[in-house]
Design a protein around this ligand. Sequence first.
Ligand code: F6P
Length: 525
Amino acid sequence: MTSLKNQLQHHCNEFQHTDLQTLFQQNPDRVNEWTFQTAGIYADLSKNYVNKQTKKLWHTWLEKCQVRAGIEAITNGDKVNTSEHRPALHHRLRAPTSETFILDGKNISEQIAKVHQQMRKMSTSIRSGKWLGYSDKLITDIIHIGIGGSELGPHLLCQTFAHLSDNKLNIHFLASTDPIRLSELKQHLNPETTIITIASKSFSTEETLVNAQYLREWLRAAGGEKADKQMIAISANIDKAQAFGIDTQHILPLWDWVGGRFSIWSAISLPFVLQNGFNAYQALLNGAHEMDKHFQQTGLMANLPVQLALLDAWYNHYFAINNRAVITYAHSLRLFPQYLQQLDMESLGKRANFDGKPLNQPSGLIIWGGTGTESQHAFFQLLHQGQRQVPIDFIAIKDAPKGYERAQQLILGHCLAQSEALMSGRDEYALADIPSKERYQRTSPGNHPSTTIILKALTPEVVGAFIALYEHKVTVLGLLYGVNAYDQWGVELGKVLAQKTQISLTKTMQAHDSSTTTILNYLKS
Ligand code: F6P
């Protein structure tokens, strides 16, 4: 019998002889069959290389990879992070805290509820002006220090919902140790009126600690030890946070069952709570929980995250496509492609399977993107006429504020026009009026696949569901590729070598390759 892999490859090859438009002619119900709606999200997958036969094969693929069992395992709190022997329970952070969930004999819902109380109290006190700086002045600015999952999540949320902010707090983010950024913040902000939130699950990430030391010194230089009360930590390493000088009352805990890139639902998002209030944060959690219910309870072939994951694995393994572009037709979501890069690429960029054996096909796609319509005037030329295959997720928002109808029509119109043009293209017949020698330059081949995802509105609920959708997609991709999506051993090598290059920069030159040695010498000269 032909293996599933051969069947999938054979089926993929069939698409070489047809085009996307023909698929619509072959099946008038195609759009219905490939459109999904859940938790305020509308997703149309019909402009992709899929048909009824694909569904059949995908179904078998899901069974072969035991995807249903995998979803149950993560839901139940099994140790799905096999290399670090931990469950991945970020989804519990957004479940109702009234639901008991026992892990190692403890009800983690109670622990989560307790942190919510702390977040609520802390944020109310800062937002209401009760929490004053060391010289009794009102807090005006927050500097959030963190990197990776400890920065991207809250940064994304603060950018997305800045327009709904109900107070005058200015939130700033500091991730890498860029001296210019550090000095800029110190120059423009007043230590008397600034609170520093230090987010690090491990409380040992070098960039975060160095930035925190600079800003602790800045606070202390102005206000002495009294200024320490303007520091808040969010960490799973309480001892280290205390040793750094943070008051125990100002430490919000995190747990080892929450991965860094999945920590947006935890106290790491305190800056968002400070900007938009606890109710907005609760709404975000509620929306994500709606998506969790869809993911956990819906049949796999009607399950949106599962279908999106299948598309990526399908393109990756059978069409030899190595990337996906994500274009958000919403300025507020401009950080989303970057957020997704960590979520997806740090989870899926692996070389070993669950059992530690080499993978024989690459896992993970290169995720990149930008905002619409800006990117149409930047890199879309290559997408339309360059000879590369780039599947795209087009992200748009249905509802807009009143009074901006023309702007909304324009942005939505452009979004849809791109996916249409990429699919349909333009052939020489449509260019009869153009001199024949110029016609070919103006043709577009079309036949480029894309998915359109529309958020009902840019609210915390819908955005919560939207982010959870991509998280679940990553979970399923881990199962389809057979990799642990919850560790990131590759990142460690860079961290270790950075210790050595720092010694070479500041003390004695260590052994490096000759290119690196020469650059180090140049930097020291
Ligand atoms: O990049 C590696 C990583 O461990 C990420 O997974 C994580 O989000 C980031 O570093 C920051 O880690 P921490 O929150 O422990 O400072």
